[in-house]
Design a protein around this ligand. Sequence first.
Ligand code: SRM
Ligand code: SF4
Length: 571
Amino acid sequence: MVNNILKAPEGPPSDVEEIKEKSDYLRGTLKEVMLDRISAGIPDEDNRLMKHHGSYLQDDRDLRNERQKQKLEPAYQFMLRVRMPGGVSTPEQWLVMDELAQKYGNNTLKLTTRETFQMHGILKWNMKKTIQKINAALLDTIAACGDVNRNVMCASNPHQSEIHAEVYEWSKKLSDDLLPRTRAYHEIWLDEERVAGTPDTETEPMYGPLYLPRKFKIGIAVPPSNDIDVFSQDLGFIAIVEEGRLIGFNVAIGGGMGMTHGDTATYPQLSKVIGFCKPEQLYDVAEKTITIQRDYGNRSVRKNARFKYTVDRLGLENVKAELENRLGWQLDEAKPYHFDHNGDRYGWVKGVKGKWHFTMFIEGGRVTDYENYKLMTGLREIAKVHTGDFRLTSNQNLIIGNVSSQKKKQISALIEQYGLTDGRQHSALRRSSMACVALPTCGLAMAEAERYLPKLIDKIEDIVDENGLRDEEITIRMTGCPNGCARHALGEIGFIGKAPGKYNMYLGAAFDGSRLSKMYRENIGEEEILSELRTILPRYAKEREEGEHFGDFVIRAGIIKATTDGTNFHE
Ligand code: SRM
Ligand code: SF4
């Protein structure tokens, strides 16, 4: 299958490649080390494998210094991420996650930027029980992290429920069919006995023994909503609907957000549309694309290993030709489509079949009980009576979906009782905000994000109000490091953590997720951020053209140069 003209980069395999190779298909010594009671942590090699089971070993960074002083090991705990394609959860599953978060987690649920649940703060001895309960609720955590295809996202736009339902089924099918075949997860966490000699589970027909060079992400958008930021995916599908019917998908390849500060060989990139396929060809396209990355991705330098770099290195046309070669058929010409936003649409809307959907604003995606806002309790009470579903959105929000007209009154009463909000009391800027987890759990965070962005927005809201911009949707995103978990490079205003209290500030992304931002100021603190916005936002209020979005304005006004491709993101 490997093409003689296309080549994978040369170089010694990275340490992770060696760990995977020796791991006996992701088993390693996880079963044994999870039983060890001497340390609350696990060795680094097993932690690398752990990711493929949907979990990371972390430590509470707020406690790090104090524990060091006391000569104690770090406050080790695990993060657990659920595989929940399309972000759809039943009320019963919600209640299980809620219970687990209280019993074994840190009393919070994080709704992630890829439409799923994360739990934090789980101790080693509680991991197996937690995973077993999640599986008993018909969810799992397989391949939620690691060098494999991750949770498949899909549009959560409730206006077009019938199309959503169809697209959701495709995202579920892709997620299930692209799972690793190893039974390691079932043996380690669910006590399954190992059966030797089952060819698929011993050989990984699609992934091979080394799995992929890096994580791989797929998302399906339904225009005009680009809520899932389809161009940020390694492989994006854009649903094409004609006369109310899903006729297929445009295929886009080579997106990704991560980069490393100061290293211009790393950059965020947007995927490019290469053609169109029919619904029944979707899996084939995904599988063959993944095998191209498997064969040609960089297995030597992990920070250049994502598919976006493979595509840029080999050339889009060559990758397309290789894909068609592997498919044995050609993609059709891409169909026209139009996106007009990448955020969520809040409040109640009526969908098809008389069902109602309520989109809630969940700041930073964190579900917990705050002092004056019993969000977690309110959602629990709703889950107890709700007969529809919950849809976690890619903007870290929540849709209480498929509410029947009969149930609407009861659910509305609970929404009111607990003060659950569609965010209308906030500025549109806040409603269009996203922040990654960052401190205290993320080991890679250089600065705060989720805990800080709301406070920064409090101050930006003053400027917004003074300039009559309260109802202006301006996307604002913050990450604690350049990995881009809140897709910072697609925020019209973006911040990337550099050091405690210091951020690089980015401007100029498109409101519909079709253009990356560019760095505007480097390493600045709150005062400078606010001072910059005190100059730019009033100009936007006065000088903008009718309907002009902020990201477009800053380019037209010459405040920032447009990024036309990821390869010129740093210029
Ligand atoms: Fe992410 C690593 C959290 C979406 C790019 N991400 C991490 C880790 C696991 C840190 C680590 O490796 O030690 C973070 C765990 C923090 C914690 O305490 O929970 C983490 N990522 C998240 C979440 C929870 C952010 C959130 O606040 O919602 C998101 C979970 C998504 C999910 O449910 O699967 C999350 N991460 C993303 C996205 C957005 C997306 O996929 O749409 C990106 C950018 C898109 C992309 O992949 O290019 C993203 N995360 C990364 C990267 C950079 C990858 C790269 O190409 O360089 C890392 C670091 C890495 O892989 O080495 C990373
Ligand atoms: Fe952690 Fe960085 Fe991702 Fe934020 S962007 S969650 S700081 S890895």
